[in-house]
Write a protein that binds this ligand. Structure first.
Ligand code: ZN
Ligand code: ZN
Length: 410
């Protein structure tokens, strides 16, 4: 028996006036989602807790069955791990952006959405970074995509309890990292020194002079946020004795999967955007289940469209996902495969951010008791046989069908 978990990032939503009170999942044409719901048992999921909006990282920890509120230690280390850096247990890491400053104010938090090639060259040209005050701390700055970076600090006495330097809004001064607990002073000092060193090196940088000529914003600063260390969690294989793999390209989600000990299945043309190669991902999942017992598949596009408040794009993305579900229903061996489909949180297009609303869930497979629900949506799934459950229960429900959950008691 095999199992797959598919998460459509931020796919859940709220009823919209524009859609006559329907949600995007209800308004989109989704014959295959609805076929899956009809075959399966359905429910709604409070991924962390009722009414609590989760970030995608902590939400995935919960959906993978961990006690997310206990084990989550910040975003930075997961992001760096997902970007391909071998993060060690005591490393403190941050998510960073190349940014544009005018005087002491941050005027663009993405350096005019700088392209990946230029950003990577700028980061490479920074060379080795270090702290004069704390030379025993090793500093690694990695570029990922576009304006995105990760900063990893390695050395004795570091702490993730430092505040962000990213003001989070434009027109605000670059912030100083501050220790949030007594032992975090050293880490804050290193972050502030590194930030100043980067600003010095980027001032009048030849690539920035070139950008100015093309009327593009200079990448003349870096802002950091989300300090974190890796969560201490038991691997998926350790917990359920299954060989587990994942298909995901967003580095934050990749980081969670790698921290959970899953193996990466690369897919050509998978981009983490609305333009991603969904067919390739679906095909990758079918293939992965020939070798692995469990495969997780993540699609980011629904969340991107929602953050942009783009309803048309969200509905179009849902309809593309529907074709993907159709391909999976036709090509997976459903005599020996359990399939769970859900979202990691709602991202209502009217809000443009994550909310604490429950998300729909369908589980189908050879011995699943179907419940009469006929459509995959926030409203229909709420009437299903699974009722209203917590995020951390989803994986147990799935693994129970595989006989992989340990019996409690005698
Ligand atoms: Zn998410
Ligand atoms: Zn999001």
């Amino acid at each position: 028996m095999k199992a797959a978990l598919i998460v459509f990032d931020g796919a859940a939503d709220r009823p919209l006036k524009k859609l006559k009170g329907r949600t995007p999942l209800e308004a989109a044409s989704t014959p295959n989602f609805d076929r899956a719901a009809s075959m399966g048992v359905n429910g709604i999921v409070d991924v962390l807790a009722p009414g609590v909006p989760p970030g995608s990282d902590i939400a995935h920890l919960a959906l993978f069955g961990y006690d997310a509120l206990k084990v989550y230690r910040g975003r930075g280390a997961l992001e760096a791990l997902g970007a391909g850096f071998k993060v060690k247990p005591r490393d403190v890491a941050f998510r960073g952006n190349l940014a544009t400053m005018r005087g002491e104010l941050v005027v663009d938090r993405r350096a005019g959405r700088i392209d990946t090639a230029t950003a990577s060259e700028i980061v490479r040209s920074l060379g080795k970074l270090s702290s004069k005050k704390h030379p025993e701390v090793k500093v690694f700055l990695l570029h990922t995509t576009e304006h995105r970076l990760a900063l990893v600090l390695r050395g004795p006495g570091l702490s993730p309890h430092v505040s962000d330097t990213d003001p989070g809004k434009v027109g605000q001064p670059l912030l100083k990292a501050k220790p949030l607990t007594g032992e975090a002073l050293k880490t804050a000092e290193v972050v502030n020194e590194v930030t100043a060193e980067i600003r010095r090196k980027l001032k009048g940088h030849p690539l920035n002079r070139e950008r100015a000529k093309r009327k593009l914003l200079p990448a003349n600063a870096v802002v950091f946020r989300g300090a974190g260390v890796l969560p201490e969690i038991e691997s998926f294989t350790g917990r359920f004795k299954v060989k587990a793999a994942f298909i995901a390209v967003t580095s934050l989600i990749r980081g969670v999967c790698l921290a959970a000990g899953m193996k990466n299945i690369p897919v050509k043309g998978a981009t983490g955007t609305t333009k991603t190669n969904l067919y390739g991902k679906a095909e990758g999942l079918v293939k992965a289940l020939k070798t692995y017992d469990f495969c997780f598949l993540h699609v980011k596009g629904t969340d991107n469209a929602s953050h942009d408040g783009n309803l048309e794009e969200k509905i179009a993305m849902i309809e593309r996902l529907d074709e993907m579900i159709g391909y999976l229903l036709d090509n997976l061996n459903l005599e020996e495969t359990y399939l769970a489909v859900t979202a990691d949180h709602a991202t209502p297009v009217t809000v443009g951010n994550h909310t604490g609303d429950p998300v729909p869930l369908t589980i189908l497979g050879p011995e699943v008791l179907s419940d009469g629900v006929k459509a995959f949506s926030e409203r229909s799934c709420a009437r299903g046989g699974l009722g209203r459950i917590r995020g951390k229960d989803v994986i147990n429900i799935l693994m129970n069908y595989l006989g992989k959950v340990k019996k409690l008691g005698a």
